[in-house]
Design a protein. Sequence first.
Length: 138
Amino acid sequence: MSAVVSELRVRVEGAVPRQPSDLHSADTPLGRARVARGWSQDKVVRALMLLADNWGWQIAAEQSLRVYMSDWERGVRRPNETYRVLLSTLYRATPDDLGFTAPRRETAMDDLSARVNELAAVVERLTVALGGVQGASA
């Protein structure tokens, strides 16, 4: 019996492309932080459990954490203080880096005021337009 070994050589010119990642997340600071590190949600959940156990902290069961992680990344719910501390420690990031800080009240009020003014202008335009329609049908 004999074996034949052939040699294959590949020459690549230029920069080697980056291998595509199967990791996906919502476009949120928390989701981007996880994907940037190459971590799956399962890996983060296991790390949270280990960190909490090491600190002697009580947290949710693994199955619940998986749901929470998805909700946190999609912005459906906001992690409480316990999880904000754990996640900030795990990612070695500030709460602000992970999107945990609430917008300043003044900024939120300015945004709300601007939106109310925009809606008032829409109502005014519709009122004028409807007045013209009602006058034409009379």
